[in-house]
Design a protein around this ligand. Structure first.
Ligand SMILES: Cc1cc2nc3c(=O)[nH]c(=O)nc-3n(C[C@H](O)[C@H](O)[C@H](O)COP(=O)(O)OP(=O)(O)OC[C@H]3O[C@@H](n4cnc5c(N)ncnc54)[C@H](O)[C@@H]3O)c2cc1C
Length: 375
């Protein structure tokens, strides 16, 4: 006989495990998670902002950050612009520590996580959704799918964020461990290219080479990454990570009856940055704080103004990537950092939108806006 569950969550990554914990907080226990990987991987470094007026993600995940910073740096044409974060912080976490904590909480409550099960097909029959695991079939009333899409949306102004990162130990004490290099731009007419550095100590850092691009070309990103690494007199590379993240203002809402999508490709990924951690945390908190769970809550609610500004940003980045370094420089140095952080964290106040629109270069942004309608 097939085992039956009310809900089957495909993918025990960040959104799947976070949702699992939110369901438990609503006393919903008749669910199962199905995950492709047989063990947790330490293959991502999650970073996000914290501080006054922002939802306290640290508290909700109860995991210690790997490191926190109170200063960021933007570099354009080798000129450095350092920005003090005041009471705000930029922190990073290893994906392993976050996912392990979420996983433990779920399994402690007796929820089954089927690991090492790659799901390629979900079949609809009259009793619900049927999934074939290696040694059995299960029947689900509802499916919540967090698998990444194989195809990326290419509709204007969508982009992809492609990056390659290496955690390194240098032979020299070359890093300022108090300052995150958020964006150190390289010049390019075709893509937005920058280096991102999270310094863990004077000689240890995660160095990432990132492209905002309309194509996925790991070979090209890897080549620039190798050149970048040469600057750091490397003793050892201790870990690597890489990704292609959607930067799309269009959420894939294609769903069938009792089949829902969550995660990066279903609205968690912030269009203008590719960051998804904050959105997933905010969305989980929304579920936790509502009296009763309903499937409507699975959707990410779009904020019209944020999405509109993201579209204009993306339009500028896609049609005029050469201008990106200047725009990001103005964004981080001319807009008050509290407004920047609230905007990037999906927790803007009206005044933040106003000040962002006021400070950004008008002509370039206007062209971006026009391109949205003509391209
Ligand atoms: C390297 C990296 C660094 C990132 N850094 C940041 C950051 O600093 N800040 C930020 O906000 N966001 C970051 N992101 C973006 C985002 O927060 C993460 O991608 C986050 O993990 C998204 O959660 P998710 O559940 O959508 O995807 P995932 O966490 O990837 O979960 C999807 C799960 O589905 C499983 N799966 C896939 N296919 C199948 C299948 N066929 N059958 C069963 N299971 C399957 C996968 O193994 C995975 O466990 C980063 C992403 C990456 C890849």
């Amino acid at each position: 006989m097939k085992q039956k569950f009310d809900i089957g969550i495909i993918g025990a990554g960040l959104s799947g495990l976070t949702l699992g914990n939110s369901l438990l907080s609503k006393k919903i226990k008749n669910f199962i998670l199905i995950e492709k990987n047989s063990h947790l991987k330490n293959d991502k470094t999650y970073s996000f902002w914290s501080g006054p007026g922002l939802f306290d993600i640290k508290k909700s995940f109860s995991v210690k950050p790997k490191k926190e910073w109170s200063q960021i740096e933007i570099k354009v044409k080798n000129k450095s612009y350092k920005i003090d974060l005041g009471s705000y912080r930029y922190a990073c976490y290893s994906s392993e520590s976050i996912l392990d904590e979420l996983y433990k909480k779920i399994t402690k409550e007796g929820i089954k996580v089927e690991r090492g099960q790659s799901i390629n097909h979900v079949k609809k029959n009259q009793d619900g959704w049927e999934i074939k695991l290696k040694n059995k079939k299960i029947l689900l009333k509802n499916v919540i799918d967090s698998r990444p899409n194989k195809i990326f949306d290419d509709k204007y102004p969508s982009l992809k964020q492609v990056f390659v990162g290496s955690e390194i130990i240098s032979n020299q004490n070359i890093f300022d461990e108090n300052v995150v290099t958020l964006m150190d731009f390289s010049e390019s007419n075709k893509n937005v290219i920058f280096t991102y550095i999270l310094p863990f100590s004077k000689n240890k850092a995660l160095i990432e080479t990132t492209f905002f691009s309309s194509e996925i070309n790991f070979k090209q990103v890897g080549k620039i990454h190798d050149l970048t690494l040469k600057k750091f007199d490397i003793k050892e590379i201790t870990r690597t990570e890489q990704a292609v993240l959607p930067m799309s203002p269009y959420i894939d809402r294609k769903m069938e009856e009792q089949y829902f999508r969550i995660g990066n490709f279903a609205g968690a990924s912030r269009p203008a940055s590719g960051y998804a951690f904050t959105r997933i945390a905010l969305w989980a908190n929304q579920i936790k704080t509502k009296k009763e769970f309903c499937y409507d809550m699975i959707h990410h609610k779009e904020n019209y103004l944020t999405n509109w500004l993201d579209k204009i940003f993306l339009s500028v980045l896609r049609s005029n990537p050469k201008k990106a370094p200047e725009i990001f420089k103005v964004f981080f140095t001319k807009v008050p950092i509290s407004s920047v952080i609230r905007f990037l964290s999906d927790q803007s106040r009206l005044v933040d939108y106003f000040v962002i629109i006021l400070k950004l270069p008008k002509l370039v942004m206007l062209r971006g806006l026009i391109n949205l309608y003509v391209k």
